[in-house]
Write a protein that binds this ligand. Structure first.
Ligand code: PLP
Length: 376
């Protein structure tokens, strides 16, 4: 099979799997136990936390281990909003965030009396700073904007957003950096909360972090014991937390070496799609090269996905979290691309592991399918 769905999840890196297996075998103690075996797990987990903090140039007390990026996003938004609602009940986000952000906001509106502004995006799929500025109210306490869109690879102007929010407002800025880490630089120190997931960067599934500045208070969503500074209960998943630091370090080290390779693959694909009839490229020209969204105007998303699958090629019809709903991309609709494009889109996502031969095989398959359906 040819795997081109790396934005959905990545295979675990051999070095991480080896380390994880060893940790599972040897350091199986509960990190909260007071005996020797528990203390060893705790020590390694805290070492990992300190290394992550160092990689982000922040302090270890600002790194929290969670079970997935959806949890980190939910916690950042609901945890912050509920702990700070005495300051105001207005939140700003964008209409194309990951479902974990959108549903957290929706819950706050429906059950806790918050008001949420869902910013529109430009036709390039990003936030406009002026539109963001105009959305602020006296009672705005939180802004959440993703760094890279998971369906199109569109890159938001995170530094500009952070600068404007911090210079002109009292709101806190959260960034979902799940699709950005290991691919582009993130100005962690300029952001108040950041979500990162391990399984998107060749690490373990069920493993993520939330970076949160020390001075911010979050209501716990999972009540429990003293774990994670007493604000995220549950026995620590020490093995995945321990290997998170290595996962992140390798992803960051590789960033510079592999970007050019992925860009070349992306350029080859774009060129081929431009030459095909009735195909639109939906990702903006300056998107992250790891994600390419295209629509075959005569082939619905699911049909295309299945036809490629039959030829041994794995892609997504849109974001995987929405894959069981009818294939209509809310992201492409928000870009103003209309019904045909947003129901006929597929997401191809690339990796440093992807080869030019795989890309050529994809191009060949797409041409055949496009031809077959185009003439039907
Ligand atoms: N945020 C973005 C932008 C994503 O692409 C995803 C996963 O696809 C998530 C959050 C959720 O990640 P997780 O699977 O770790 O919950």
């Amino acid at each position: 099979m040819i795997y081109l769905d790396y934005a959905s999840t990545t295979p675990i890196r051999k070095e991480i799997l080896d380390a994880y297996q060893k940790v599972l075998r040897v350091y199986y103690g509960n990190a909260d136990s007071l005996h020797q075996i528990g203390r060893e797990s705790q020590k390694l987990m805290e070492k990992s936390r300190a290394q992550i903090a160092q990689l982000f140039s922040v302090s270890a007390s600002e790194i929290f281990f969670t079970s997935c990026a959806s949890e980190s996003n939910s916690w950042a938004i609901k945890g912050f909003a509920l702990a700070n609602m005495y300051r105001g009940k207005h939140i700003i986000t964008t209409c194309v965030e990951h479902s974990s952000v959108l549903h957290a906001c929706d819950q706050l509106e429906k059950h806790f009396g918050f008001e949420v502004t869902y910013l529109p995006i430009t036709k390039e799929g990003i936030v406009n700073i002026e539109t963001l500025k105009q959305a602020f109210r006296k009672d705005t306490i939180l802004v959440s904007v993703m760094a890279v869109n998971n369906e199109t690879g569109a890159l938001n102007p995170i530094e500009e957003c952070a600068k404007m929010i911090h210079e002109q407002t009292r709101a806190v800025f959260h960034v979902d950096a799940v699709q950005a880490v290991g691919k582009i630089n993130i100005p962690y120190e300029q952001i108040d909360m950041v979500t990162v997931s391990a399984h998107k960067i060749y690490g373990c599934k069920g493993s993520a972090i939330l970076y949160k500045k020390d001075n911010l208070s979050l209501l716990p969503l999972i009540n429990g014991g003293q774990q994670e500074s007493g604000i995220r209960g549950g026995t620590s998943n020490a093995p995945v937390n321990i290997v998170f630091a290595k996962t992140l370090r390798l992803a960051l080290e590789e960033q510079g070496n592999t970007y050019a390779h992925v860009k070349q693959l992306n350029d080859t694909l774009r060129q081929a799609f431009r030459e095909m009839d009735d195909v639109t490229i939906n990702s903006p020209n300056d998107a992250l090269p790891h994600i390419l969204n295209v629509s075959f105007l005569h082939v619905g998303s699911e049909i295309m996905l299945n036809a490629l699958n039959e030829r041994g090629i794995c892609v997504s019809a849109q974001s995987t979290c929405s894959s069981h709903k009818k294939a209509h991309s809310y992201v492409l609709s928000a870009m103003g691309l209309g019904d045909v494009i947003s129901t006929h889109a597929i997401r191809i996502s690339l990796s440093y592991l992807t080869t030019m031969e795989e890309i050529q095989a994809l191009i060949k398959a797409c041409k055949e399918i496009n031809h077959d359906y185009g003439t039907k």
